[in-house]
Design a protein around this ligand. Structure first.
Ligand SMILES: *Cc1c(COP(=O)(O)O)cnc(C)c1O
Length: 395
């Protein structure tokens, strides 16, 4: 038996998404830019998918641009807002310390191009308040980019309040909603969101396809030059099977959003309660405003990597933080941002659930994890030092 508990890294495609895509790989192969009937059938599917994605976000279809995923959407939104701002002499950008690397690395690049980037502290539970954003905004601020929900520790930010502050001050507000889309209610109008990124493979759709919402009136610059696809903002023949699959997956997720959140958060709470019993452990992230499927812990005196390997041998697929930093020896920037010391940040475990998980999955995780942690601690020289008092416990 394999228990898949790494849904923040990617999700299994839903039957609905696969079934929606199949005709567009088998028989409806036209290029939507072609004027003949074969192309026009594909163009209609593209139109319909755009309508569906817009409807779920409470946007208008002309505000939706299809991309290759969350990373591309983040890059385009941020770069576009920054360069548009620069033309008006505004080169100050506000963001947070615990964004995804698609955001942080784009900001780093912009910094080297002369922009001033201010990253807000996220505090011990890992969140940012609208008040912090308000204080950071200056007359020369061209963009606030803050994630909807964090991919490592699951904190959900007060997006509606942050959006309100940005709108009042006339600053473009982008949110990386890759972890939120399909899992939390999103209303771009009510939340005053100007730009929003999402990615299909995080809500049981296909990989390599995403969307960027850009409010009418907010300027969008393209990253990829070429043909006139996506109203001239994103060249390249559209990924029709992917786009159709994404729309189907998003609609399915939106139709079951409350029911799935109730089911998944009940599993999550059982896991959090059970893992909290492990001595010298701590939950990471906001205990109250939290993604339904996110469980993130630090265990003192162990290495997250070894924990993952031993859990995998027991049939449990988990993660130590983000899929992007695994393989590197640096501890997660998110765990450091919430104040975990290096040695504690190394002993992290992220379990991210979906509606496909069951109570039996949770039973298995709760049976195996404490034993594996104990086994690793027994072998750890650091743990020995802690127990013997040669080193202070942090957790
Ligand atoms: C997965 C993820 C991304 C990247 O999305 P891709 O479609 O894999 O490029 C960006 N931001 C967050 C918060 C994510 O979880």
């Amino acid at each position: 038996m394999t228990v898949y508990a790494d849904n923040a890294a990617t999700t299994k495609m839903s039957r609905t998404a696969i079934d929606a895509m199949l005709p567009y790989m088998e028989s409806i192969y036209g290029n939507p830019s072609s004027l003949h009937s074969v192309g026009q059938v594909a163009a209609e599917a593209l139109c319909e998918a755009r309508r569906t994605v817009a409807e779920v976000l409470n946007a208008s279809p002309k505000e939706i641009y299809f991309t290759s995923g969350g990373s591309e959407s983040d890059n385009q939104a941020i770069r576009s807002a920054a360069l548009s701002g620069k033309k008006q002499g505004k080169t100050h950008i506000v963001s947070t310390r615990f964004e995804h690397h698609a955001v942080l690395h784009t900001l780093k690049k912009l910094e080297s191009e002369g922009f001033e980037v201010e990253l807000l502290d996220v505090g011990p539970i890992g969140t940012v308040t609208a008040e912090q954003v308000k204080r950071a905004i200056r007359p020369e601020t061209c963009l606030v980019t803050a994630m909807f929900a964090n991919n490592e520790i699951g904190s959900v930010l007060p997006i509606e309040e942050i959006g309100k502050v940005c709108r009042e001050r006339g600053v473009v507000f982008h949110t990386d909603a890759v972890q939120a889309a399909g899992h939390l209610h999103i209303d771009v109008k009510a939340m005053n969101i100007d730009m929003l990124s999402l990615s299909a493979h995080k809500f049981h759709g296909p990989k390599g396809v995403g969307a960027l919402y850009v409010r009418t009136g907010v300027k969008l610059l393209g990253l990829i030059e070429g043909g006139d696809q996506e109203r001239g903002k994103r060249a390249g023949t559209e990924n029709i099977p992917g786009i159709v699959g994404m729309a189907a997956a998003l609609k399915e997720a939106a139709d079951h959003i409350d029911e799935n959140a109730a089911k998944v958060s009940a599993l999550r709470d059982r896991l959090i309660e059970g893992l909290s019993r492990i001595p010298h452990s701590a939950l990471n992230g906001d205990p109250a405003n939290r993604l339904p499927g996110n469980v993130s812990f630090c265990f003192e005196g162990i290495e997250g990597e070894s924990l993952l390997l031993l859990l995998d041998a027991k049939g449990i697929c988990a993660s130590s933080g983000s899929a992007c930093t695994s393989g590197s020896l640096d501890p997660s920037h998110v765990l450091l941002a919430i104040g975990r010391p290096h040695e504690v940040a190394h002993g992290s475990l992220r379990l991210t659930l979906s509606a496909e998980n069951t109570d039996e999955d949770i039973d298995l995780i709760l049976r195996e994890t404490p034993a594996v942690v104990e086994r690793l601690r027994d072998m750890s020289p650091v743990w020995k030092d802690l127990v013997k008092g040669r080193r202070q416990f942090v957790l």
